[in-house]
Design a protein around this ligand. Structure first.
Ligand code: UN1
Length: 538
């Protein structure tokens, strides 16, 4: 590991040059192929320089993780929990520096970057004490002098593949419980956020997690990520947890499925927000702006379809457009007031600019058509360098049909579609009208609407009078349909994803006792004679 001066002598900091982290050693420093992670606000700023992980690197990491598993699984869970507790303390101590690096590498506004790191701190504090629970059950036996117990056992080697938009929070949801439960990990972070991944992984080591328990292999999804998925077929991986697109998630699920493994899949969304006619409009507009444009729409929980009751739709749109005028885009590392920073990478930028074609096809009414911010044509209050950063303005389409491709496709940018409806039945049909089901929200003060929404919505997460995003670190995070396979992250629920149940029968009777066959019966009287109530026999 070394730090190199940035080519342009950037004000941002130096470049991290590092190899994969396998069994406490750096590997692949002399790799033929390397890639760089760039600051999306300032593309001259090279944040990190990494080797592209090959199938050989991935195999080596999996085998190292397999070896380390033998010892790690025997460490008492409360002691594993202590290491997670120390990880939490380190994250807290380093929160500001980690947030600065995170913001520099993926362009997230600083206050949100701090939230990203805070989510990992919250996860660490939850699992610190979970090491002292990790409960099983004691169960009565049907035989004498026999007792039954259940235990959670670790699965083995966990392959973890994560996206770049929540580069500390989301990996922490997976790695912390995996490690706490006694598993070992091979992590392939996003190539957009590999420097912050390096910093996060280093903290496990500093927290006292033994070498080989957490291994990191860098590289792009189609090559390195694919090699890690292929490792399932080679018998090197016992569990895979993936956060990313639905298309890739389906392929990961197929490989896991044919190996009879249950993967954890957290995939895309086209999250709906409903605003009913009785809603507090000011609250709903502010919530919609944040859901839609916060993080530049680059959250899996970002708002996609805004479903407005037609009685308030015009008023809502007017207020929404007034608030859009106050938005403030720019360079996230230096300007703390921005609403959102640049697009994380060129791929997201391209997809955002191209999604307007779907709107044309849908015949949607364009109220705001987002475009790349160009030098000399910056919006008011813009603070970045438009030439060097991947900045865009926001999009708003009105009169969108829920069945159009526009309303059915995740974009991952600051864009939303307004769908106007006449009543609650139409609203819930639209909210459930895409193949996704991650998060959702409704603004209303009517108890019947609230009750119907929370019981009829098919999404895994729902908010009443709050936004589609902002899930807390100890609630089950996950979706249905194309948004996932029903597994959940966070809180006590994620423990099921990283452990398997074992039951133990302890027979202290000193003899051979046969369940079901030698079980004592219960002597009882005759049942009441009910014959007189039955039809007479002929
Ligand atoms: C993601 O975008 O992958 O609920 C995770 C939220 C955040 C997590 C988002 N706490 O928006």
């Amino acid at each position: 590991m070394q730090f190199r001066e940035n080519p342009k002598g950037s004000q941002y900091g130096r470049t991290l040059v590092v190899g994969h982290w396998i069994g406490g050693k750096e590997v692949g420093e002399k790799a033929k192929e390397r890639f760089q992670s760039l600051n999306p606000a300032w593309r001259d700023d090279v944040v990190g320089d990494f080797p592209v992980g090959t199938a050989k690197d991935v195999e080596q990491a999996c085998k190292t993780a397999r070896d380390a598993f033998k010892a790690w699984r025997t460490v008492p869970a409360p002691i594993r929990g202590e290491a997670i507790g120390r990880l939490g303390q380190l994250l807290r101590r380093e929160k500001e520096r980690l947030s600065q690096l995170l913001s520099r590498e993926i362009g997230k506004p600083l206050r949100e970057a701090r939230g990203d790191v805070q989510e990992a701190i919250d996860t660490a504090s939850f699992f610190h004490s979970e090491g002292r629970r990790l409960y099983g059950q004691t169960v009565p036996s049907e035989l004498r002098r026999k007792e039954l117990e259940t235990f959670r056992r670790p699965l083995g080697v966990c392959a973890i593949i994560t996206a770049g938009n929540f580069p500390v929070a989301v990996p922490s949801w997976k790695m912390i419980p995996a490690v706490l439960c006694g598993n070992t990990v091979v992590w392939k972070p996003s190539e957009d956020s590999s420097a912050i991944a390096w910093a996060f992984a280093s903290l496990f080591r500093a927290a006292g997690v033994p070498e080989g328990v957490v291994n990191v292999v860098y590289g792009p999804g189609p090559s390195t990520g694919q090699a890690l998925v292929d490792a399932i077929d080679k018998g090197l991986v016992d569990k895979i947890s993936f956060t990313g697109s639905s298309a890739v998630g389906k392929r990961v699920g197929e490989v896991a499925g044919r190996n009879l493994q249950v993967p954890s899949l957290e995939l895309g969304g086209k999250n709906p927000m409903v605003v009913m006619e009785d809603a507090d409009l000011e609250l709903a507009v502010t919530g919609a702006i944040w859901s839609a444009y916060g993080t530049g729409g680059q959250r899996c929980t970002s708002l996609g379809n805004l479903i407005l009751h037609k009685k308030i739709a015009d008023k809502f749109v007017k207020r929404f457009l007034d608030q859009v005028k106050t938005l403030h885009m720019g360079d996230p590392s230096f300007d703390e007031d921005i609403t959102y920073g640049p697009m994380i990478n060129e791929r997201f930028l391209k997809r955002y600019l191209e999604h307007h074609k779907m709107a044309e096809k849908a015949g949607a009414k364009a109220l705001l058509v987002g475009e790349r911010i160009k030098k000399g044509k910056e919006p008011k209050k813009f603070t970045g360098d438009a030439e060097k950063g991947l900045y865009v303005t926001p999009t708003l389409y009105d009169n969108v049909d829920i069945n159009s491709e526009l309303a059915q496709t995740e974009v991952f940018g600051p864009t939303i579609n307004i769908i106007r409806v006449a009543d609650f039945d139409e609203a819930i049909a639209a909210a459930n009208g895409t193949p996704y089901g991650l998060s959702s929200s409704i603004y209303t003060n009517d108890p019947v609407y609230r009750h119907r929404f929370k019981t009829e919505i098919t999404a895994g997460m729902t908010s009443i009078n709050n936004t589609t995003s902002g899930a807390e670190a100890h609630l089950p995070f996950g979706g249905n349909g194309w948004s996932g396979n029903g597994t959940r992250e966070s809180g006590i629920w994620v423990i099921d994803a990283y452990t398997k149940w074992q039951c133990v029968n302890i027979d202290d009777s000193g003899g051979l006792q046969l369940a079901q066959i030698e079980t004592e019966g219960v002597e009882g009287g005759d049942p009441q004679d009910i014959d007189p109530l039955l039809p007479s026999k002929t």
